[in-house]
Design a protein. Structure first.
Length: 255
C-alpha cells in the first residue's frame, strides 16, 4: 500500500462551485512527486479548474465556493493559516500563452526572488543565470539580459516564464496547456524541457493534446463534466482504460 507521504499533492472529495454551478464533483486524486501527471478531458470538464485549485487561484473569483481537502505534503492548503504568498512560492503555474512581464529578461527572472527577499547583488545574478540555464536559455540570452522579454520568440517567452518560476525554488509546477500557442517544433522542445524538469519538480499538466499526454506523462487522469472518471498509469489509460467513457474519449468517439 502506498503511504500518504508518497504523494506530493492530494485532493479528498474536492467540490468547487462557481455560484450555483457545480464545477468539480467529489474529486479525489493523489499525485506523486518528481514525475509528470497529465489531466485530460473535453473543454469545460473541469481540468483547468482542478489545476488552479492546487495553488488556490480560484480564490480570486468571488463566486467560488470549495469543500473537501487539498493537501500539499499532507497539509490542507485550504486552511486559513496557509498564506497565499507561501503557497504560490511552492506551487507555481505556467499558462496557455506565455505571459512575460513587460520588463527585461533579467528583471523577469529576478522578480520573484526580489519580492520574496531571497537574494540581491551577485547572489541574485547567480539565481538568474541558474534559472535560465535550467530552461536552456542562458547561452542564447546571456548577452541579451537587458533586452525586453516581449521581444523574444513565443518558445523563448514560455521558457522564460518557466525560468521565472524556477527562480523562486518551487516544489510543484502547474502547466495549463503550456504548448497550445506553440508550433510543433517548439512544442517538442518544451516537452523535452518538462521531462528534464520532472527530475527535480512535481509537474501537473492540463492538455487537450492526448498525444502529448501519452508522450510526456507517467500518470493520467480523465475528467468529464466535473468528475474524475479514471486515474492511473498513462499507458493503461490509453491502451486499456477501465471505464467505457475513458475509452470513448481516447479513441476519439467522444469529445
Amino acid at each position: 500500500m502506498i503511504q500518504a507521504d508518497d504523494y506530493k499533492l492530494q485532493t479528498d472529495k474536492l467540490n468547487l462551485y462557481y455560484g450555483k454551478f457545480h464545477a468539480l464533483k467529489d474529486v479525489t486524486i493523489a499525485i506523486r512527486p518528481r514525475m509528470i501527471t497529465a489531466i485530460i478531458g473535453p473543454s469545460g470538464c473541469g481540468k483547468s479548474t482542478l489545476l488552479r485549485c492546487f495553488n488556490r487561484m480560484n480564490d480570486l473569483i468571488t463566486s467560488v465556493r470549495v469543500t473537501g481537502q487539498i493537501l500539499l505534503d499532507g497539509i490542507d492548503v485550504i486552511h486559513k493559516s496557509v498564506k497565499f504568498t507561501d503557497l504560490r512560492k511552492r506551487v507555481g503555474m505556467v499558462f496557455q500563452r506565455p505571459n512575460p512581464f513587460p520588463l527585461s529578461v533579467y528583471d523577469n527572472v529576478a522578480y520573484g526572488p526580489r519580492i520574496h527577499g531571497m537574494a540581491r547583488g551577485s547572489r541574485l545574478d547567480q539565481i538568474v543565470e541558474d534559472s535560465l540555464r535550467s530552461t536552456a536559455l542562458w547561452s542564447d540570452l546571456k548577452d541579451r539580459l537587458q533586452d525586453s522579454a516581449l521581444a523574444l520568440s513565443p518558445e523563448q517567452q514560455q521558457r522564460l516564464c518557466i525560468s521565472r518560476l524556477v527562480a523562486v525554488e518551487p516544489e510543484v509546477l502547474l502547466m495549463d496547456e503550456p504548448c497550445s500557442a506553440l508550433d510543433p517544433i517548439a512544442t517538442a522542445h518544451i516537452e523535452e524541457l518538462m521531462r528534464q524538469l520532472a527530475q527535480r519538480y512535481t509537474i501537473v499538466i492540463v492538455t487537450h493534446n492526448m498525444q502529448q499526454a501519452a508522450r510526456v506523462s507517467q500518470e493520467t487522469g480523465f475528467m468529464l463534466l466535473g468528475d474524475l472518471v479514471e486515474f492511473g498509469a498513462t499507458q493503461g489509460i490509453f491502451t486499456a482504460p477501465a471505464d467505457k467513457r475513458t475509452e470513448d474519449y481516447v479513441t476519439g468517439r467522444y469529445g
